[in-house]
Design a protein around this ligand. Structure first.
Ligand code: EPU
Length: 434
């Protein structure tokens, strides 16, 4: 019997984990949720450990797929690491390869963080070009121009960035956009360069401040991190260190929005309220009651919020990484909200899935107009990236019936135990495997 080319037997199976989250909407949530360490602070610190051969420890490291992927990138360089009780130990004493392979970099763009440290300490780095991402192109030209400005020869060979320098030398570098990962790479390259480097228009995100603190603990001389001008005086060597990661402001923001949507009173603890001011301003504008302590924030939800008009922007502006979740809140506002995305104008993959749940959203020229509806109704939806998936879970909390969020492996990149944390607040949520 002949088989058609398009028969089910001949369709290749994709090796993608098929976990989904089932969310039963309508259960009010309340209580306390502890915030884990920041993914986007841990990843550059793991790369920075390369700069100081020996054993460094990073505390408060969450169990995340991106952390495991970065551990695999380090392993590909010959660097073992081990995570136990939220402490990650990295032994960079015997770095045997200078190549971050395509197979890993294509799954996590932040792998490019090894470029600066490998180049600075070992004089050479080969890092696969990351390629596009779920919401469009994400160039790395700023990273490459920066390495060149510090004296490296950079070329592309077979899909790899190949950068070389005997010793980098300090320079004044003005970044055309305050890219977070580019700032991290510049910092890690400049700490061992000869002379002084000034980064102008540098990212001010708290994760860059935390990376600078980590490097300072290793013996680097850095001033101005957290402002848009960072100065680095190169040193000849760095020593391994022990460091605690800052709390994840995006995870905290996600649970605050969950509370605003489905609370009850929800308190996020072990967070940094000063890292969340832009989100708090949005919640207040939406008339969500907020209380703030030294390391906690509490919101009171349940009512349909007032509509919001806001745009994302580099820190201290509203994080693009909270845009999708905030949209899930705006979907039930008492009027029409507008969310303008200025960091990634195409980061709206969640819109069509929110519409499947009954949202009314139109996107034009990087702005989403969200006409608030009274009710959402549960449906199967598909996660397309990390923050979009979180937004769909949040919408599921308030949708009538069951929402099934597929491709949960995206969420596992950046939310540690999201179903346990939400269930701890009383949400009806569980993971299913097909
Ligand atoms: N850009 C360039 N050229 C470059 C680099 C960036 O034009 O060489 C532009 C991008 O096109 C974009 C903007 O600069 O318009 C910022 O993008 P970039 O890709 O540099 O962001 P990133 O620094 O690589 C970090 C976070 C992202 C977060 C963005 C924006 C990490 C590991 N990643 O990425 O986090 O969205 O900053 O705040 O820190 C996430 O955690 O879900 C996530 C995507």
């Amino acid at each position: 019997m002949s088989t058609s080319l398009f028969s089910p037997q001949s369709i290749p199976r994709l090796e993608i984990p098929t976990d989904a989250l089932l969310v039963e909407g309508g259960a009010p949530i309340s209580g306390t949720v502890r915030i884990s360490g920041a993914k986007n602070a841990v990843l550059p610190m793991m790369a920075a450990a390369i700069l100081a051969p020996g054993v460094s420890s990073i505390h408060n490291v969450p169990a995340l797929r991106d952390v495991s992927t970065m551990a695999l990138v380090l392993q590909a360089l010959g660097i073992p690491s081990d995570r136990h009780d939220e402490i990650l130990t990295i032994d960079t004493g015997n770095c045997r390869s200078l190549r971050a392979p395509y197979e890993l970099v294509k799954t996590m763009r932040a792998s490019i963080y090894v470029l600066g440290p490998l180049l600075a300490l070992h004089g050479r780095a080969e890092v696969s070009l990351p390629g596009g991402c779920a919401w469009g192109p994400r160039p790395v030209d700023i990273h490459l121009k920066g390495m060149e400005a510090l004296g490296a020869r950079v070329e592309l060979d077979g899909g790899y960035i190949v950068a070389e320098a005997t010793r980098l030398r300090g320079a004044e570098i003005e970044l055309p956009f305050p890219s977070v990962v580019a700032a991290g790479n510049h910092l890690m390259a400049a700490v061992l360069a000869e002379g002084t480097t000034a980064l102008v228009n540098a990212a001010r995100e708290p994760e860059i401040g935390a990376l600078a603190e980590f490097l300072i603990a290793m013996g680097a001389r850095i001033s101005g991190a957290g402002s848009s001008r960072i100065e680095i005086e190169g040193v000849t060597s760095l020593a391994p260190t022990e460091f605690e990661v800052i709390p994840d402001r995006i995870e905290a923001g996600t649970y605050l929005i969950a509370g605003a949507m489905a609370g009850g009173a929800v308190r996020v603890v072990d967070c940094r309220p000063d890292h969340l001011e832009a989100l708090l301003a949005c919640l207040r504008a939406m008339e969500v009651p907020c209380g703030i302590g030294e390391d906690w924030i509490e919101v009171e939800g349940g009512e349909r919020p007032a509509p919001l008009a806001v745009k994302t922007a580099p820190f201290p502006g509203l994080a693009t990484d909270l845009q999708a979740q905030l949209m899930a809140l705006a979907v039930r506002a008492r009027g029409t909200s507008s969310l303008r995305e200025t960091v990634y104008p195409d980061r709206f993959k969640h819109v069509s899935e929110l519409v499947r749940l009954g949202a009314r959203i139109q996107v034009e020229n990087g702005t989403a107009l969200i006409e608030g509806v009274e009710e959402l109704s549960g449906a199967p939806v598909m996660a397309s990236d990390l923050r979009a998936s979180a937004a769909l879970v949040l919408a599921g909390l308030v949708a009538r019936g069951t929402t099934r969020v597929g491709r949960v492996y995206h969420i596992d990149r950046g939310y540690s135990g999201i179903e346990q944390k939400l269930a701890g607040l009383g949400a009806r949520i569980r993971r299913v495997r097909e």
